[in-house]
Design a protein around this ligand. Structure first.
Ligand code: DON
Length: 306
């Protein structure tokens, strides 16, 4: 299969639709990004990366970071993490608070914001926010084989300044006694984690552990056990796009995780890791063109898991 041709063809077919969807505006710094950006990177077991468009330009990975935070929180706490966060789709938007009161501060899954705040809290564990951020950065730099990976301070500040919804979620969680650390410490890590700037190429390369049983097949670095990576993939498939997860599974058919920066990370078990980026979003915060690109690649390769 000529994967470079498939990636380029997909980019060319969709190029006229660049700018479709609505870039996130509730984080003011994200509204400054050129809406016509469009990149694709597909990384394989053999260490090849097939790219098209703006695949080497860094963007704000936002909620895609929740996948890394989950893997790292599981590493620190093991299955005990599941006492604090569930594993079911929520059927509600990513920043919804309604289930949290009824379900006594146990978020439905680690990808909605409330669940991710708990996951980040457990990743911080007994460390200072600075130590946790330092650890996150060094892990990602190692996995992405790139020392330049960092978070964007402007985006983190912008999100904190307008972060009333996440503060509400976090204080609500704290009131139920669900956080180990002070709310503002947890949020300061969460905002920086969401503000990680990575390119499609860096994202695809650093997440190869997902489709390949927890170990990067190129570097041999182990991120998690095979059963844990299978479970993270399962959660991505069922919860990775919030109230749009069914539609994404229907159209694309592989585990994926969206971010309001317009990136989507897709894990094709046993085959590849694919990252796409286009800032315009649908109503659930999934990149519109990104989802179309992944749907087209899944069709051309026959890689749907179904
Ligand atoms: O917490 C937030 O609202 C953002 N930092 C992340 C939300 C997000 O990316 C939703 N995903 N599509």
């Amino acid at each position: 299969m000529d994967l470079q041709r498939i990636v380029e063809e997909t980019w060319n077919e969709l190029a006229d639709e660049r700018g479709s969807g609505n870039p996130a505006r509730y984080i003011p710094a994200l509204a400054l990004v050129d809406p016509r950006k469009f990149g694709i990177a597909l990384a394989t077991r053999e260490g090849e990366v097939f790219c098209a468009g703006d695949a080497d330009e860094q963007f704000s990975i936002q909620s895609i970071s929740k996948v890394f935070a989950l893997a790292l929180a599981l590493e620190r706490h093991g299955p005990g993490l599941w006492e604090a966060v569930g594993r079911e789709p929520s059927g509600d938007p990513f920043n919804s608070i309604v289930q949290l009161e009824r379900e006594k501060g146990i978020p439905r899954n680690p990808f909605i914001n409330s669940g991710a705040i708990v996951t980040t809290d457990r990743f911080v564990d007994d460390r200072t926010p600075e130590q946790a951020v330092g650890d996150l950065m060094s892990r990602l730099r190692r996995m992405g084989r790139d020392e330049s990976i960092n978070f964007d301070e402007d985006v983190a500040r912008s999100e904190s300044e307008t972060g009333s919804r996440n503060r509400s979620l976090a204080y609500f969680l704290a009131d139920f006694g669900r956080l180990m650390n002070p709310v503002e410490d947890v949020l300061s890590v969460y905002f920086r984690q969401c503000a990680l700037a990575m390119s499609c190429r860096q994202l695809a390369e650093s997440s190869l552990f997902l489709p390949f049983d927890g170990t990067d097949p190129v570097t041999g670095q182990e991120m998690c056990s095979p059963s844990r990576s299978r479970r993270i993939n399962a959660l991505m498939l069922l919860c990775g796009h919030y109230d749009n997860s069914g539609q994404f599974a229907f159209e694309v058919g592989v585990p994926g995780k969206s971010g309001v920066g317009g990136g989507i990370l897709a894990s094709v078990p046993g085959r590849a890791s694919i990252a796409v980026w286009s800032p315009g979003l649908n109503r659930a915060g999934t990149s519109m063109l990104g989802a179309k690109a992944l749907s087209s690649i899944a069709l051309k390769t026959g890689w749907s898991v179904f």
